[in-house]
Design a protein around this ligand. Structure first.
Ligand SMILES: [Zn+2]
Length: 144
């Protein structure tokens, strides 16, 4: 079993899928302890901004600083989430996979964010299946 914080993000993605939502989960951790977990809520809440990362950050509430935190996400962060990571000065992002969506690694790294890609087979399979079966909803989420 991998990092417990990553497992929490993965479970959140599965929970979203079970609710008919987009299976992307995230978790914010500090010192190995999970502060908050969230998942994409575009479908559940009708909220286009509620990507997994945004939901986890919202659930974490106000934080004095993010400089000692790590954000875990099952899928490579999009431009919106990348902007938030940079804005909040989160120094490290652990990503489940970037095969089904490339995200904005170059931008993150250019701003000094450490990006770790796990290339987790479960995440790849989850997104492959979802994207195949829900092409229109997936296109909506990434504004394609
Ligand atoms: Zn996003």
């Amino acid at each position: 079993m991998s990092d417990p914080a990553f497992e929490a993000a993965y479970r959140a993605a599965q929970e979203s899928l079970s609710q008919g939502g987009i299976p992307i989960g995230a978790a914010l951790a500090r010192g190995g302890e999970v502060i908050a977990v969230g998942h994409n809520e575009r479908v559940q809440q009708g909220d286009p901004i509620a990507h997994g990362e945004m939901s986890a950050l919202r659930a974490a509430g106000r934080q004095r600083s993010y400089r000692d935190t790590t954000l875990y996400t099952t899928l490579a962060p999009c431009a919106m989430c990348t902007g938030t990571i940079i804005q909040f000065k989160i120094p490290r992002v652990v990503v489940g996979e970037a095969r089904t969506f490339a995200g904005e690694f170059e931008l993150l790294r250019s701003r000094g964010v450490e990006v770790v890609v796990l290339d987790d087979e479960r995440c790849v399979e989850m997104m492959h299946t979802f994207q195949r079966e829900n092409a229109e909803l997936w296109a909506e989420d990434i504004a394609e």
